[in-house]
Design a protein around this ligand. Structure first.
Ligand SMILES: Nc1ncnc2c1ncn2[C@@H]1O[C@H](COP(=O)(O)OP(=O)(O)O)[C@@H](O)[C@H]1O
Ligand SMILES: [Mg+2]
Length: 344
């Protein structure tokens, strides 16, 4: 039996869960989802990909929940069960020495929530060594920015539940802000628009598809439209409406402007030297939520600063966490650099 478990890095997204194992790379990339028995909530039926497959196909007795909301632990017991499942799946259980674990968190997570997350990971892994790393810091490493140099970088990580904005220099966050606006807000805005303006009710999956196919942060030069199927609110029968890209743009507009507002808030508090670096280097977008069409152009035009969308934005965070997992001395308590040892 091997003595020491390999160190683990986790990107704990509201929608997507990824795990990196030291020496092996990314080993898990599945939805942050658990299917449970309604009567006995500790009876987990499925986790991750399996849970997502069961969605909509399971009997009434079963319910699907995501234990992470806006980057925070929403349900402690289920979060622990989910983490335990994924850790076992990735490295098994036959180790005497427990792994050290790095986990991504939103910026400005308060002490109560930091503690809840740390405890859930500690219980799940049986390990005392848990380190929390802010998502934009991990995303910055993942997109190749020189986070340990005396140069300012501005990273905006747009996930499903939160948008995290941070100015990074010399291995730490200089100014940061986290808002509860992300990909899910775009979906909700589309549902709300269709309900109010078109009297049609659609589910989250339909709204997400509309967002990916049609929505944009700026009006399209050549407007398009699609047929949307849903439930007609007036006579509760199945109905279809034609939904245009202009309407989709109107639906997501205010969530996009909230993101720009958060970036502006951070820029206003950024020391001038670092602000000058950002004007030169641009704003870097990570997280899959930043793939909303024309969001990069909208942010750039609103702020007058170049914006660069990362390649594979959804993977930046776990790649950065992976780098830290391979170089764990960078986050260990002796090191004053990035990341605060959890529970301190
Ligand atoms: N092509 C796309 N256009 C717009 N949004 C997208 C696209 N692809 C994925 N998303 C959205 O990105 C969000 C998930 O991003 P992710 O970084 O994985 O979130 P988290 O880390 O919070 O789990 C979801 O809201 C999803 O709908
Ligand atoms: Mg993410």
């Amino acid at each position: 039996m091997p003595f020491w478990a390999p160190d683990i890095g986790i990107d704990l997204g509201t929608e997507n869960f990824s795990m990196y194992v030291r020496g092996r790379g990314i080993v898990i990339s599945e939805p942050t989802l658990v299917v449970l028995d309604r009567e006995n909530r500790r009876a987990v039926r499925a986790v991750g990909d399996e849970a997502s497959f069961m969605l909509g196909r399971s009997p009434d007795r079963l319910t699907a929940v995501s234990p992470i909301k806006n980057g925070q632990v929403a349900d402690f017991d289920i979060a622990e069960l989910m983490l335990k499942y994924f850790i076992r799946k990735a490295i098994g259980v036959s180790y005497l020495g427990k792994p050290r674990i790095i986990v991504s968190v939103p910026c400005n997570l308060d002490d109560v929530n930091r503690k809840a997350l740390t405890e859930a990971v500690r219980f799940a892994a049986g390990s005392r060594h848990v380190y929390l790393i802010e998502k934009p810091f991990a995303g910055a490493i993942g997109t190749g920015l020189p986070v340990y140099d005396p140069v300012g970088s501005l990273v905006v990580d747009i996930g499903a539940g939160t948008t995290d904005v941070a100015v990074i220099s010399l291995g730490g966050l200089v100014v940061s802000q986290s808002i509860q606006v992300g990909g899910s807000k775009f979906d909700e805005a589309i549902i709300e628009y269709l309900r109010k303006e078109c009297s049609i009710l659609v589910g989250r999956q339909t709204a997400e598809n509309i967002k990916k196919d049609l929505a944009a942060a700026l009006p399209l030069e050549e407007p398009r439209s699609i047929l949307v199927k849903g439930i007609n609110q007036l006579n509760t029968s199945a109905g279809t409406v034609r939904f245009t890209s202009t309407q989709a743009y109107e639906a997501v507009r205010s969530a996009c402007s909230a993101i720009v507002k958060a970036i502006r808030w951070v820029l206003e508090r950024t020391p001038p030297e670092l602000a000058a670096d950002i004007m030169r280097g641009g704003i870097h977008l990570t997280g899959d939520g930043s793939r909303l069409f024309a969001l990069d152009r909208y942010i750039s035009e609103s702020l007058g600063i170049p914006v660069l969308l990362a390649r594979d934005p959804g993977d930046c965070c776990i790649l950065g966490i992976g780098y830290l997992t391979e170089n764990i001395q960078l986050v260990s308590p002796q090191n004053k650099g990035a990341g605060v040892p959890a529970g301190k």
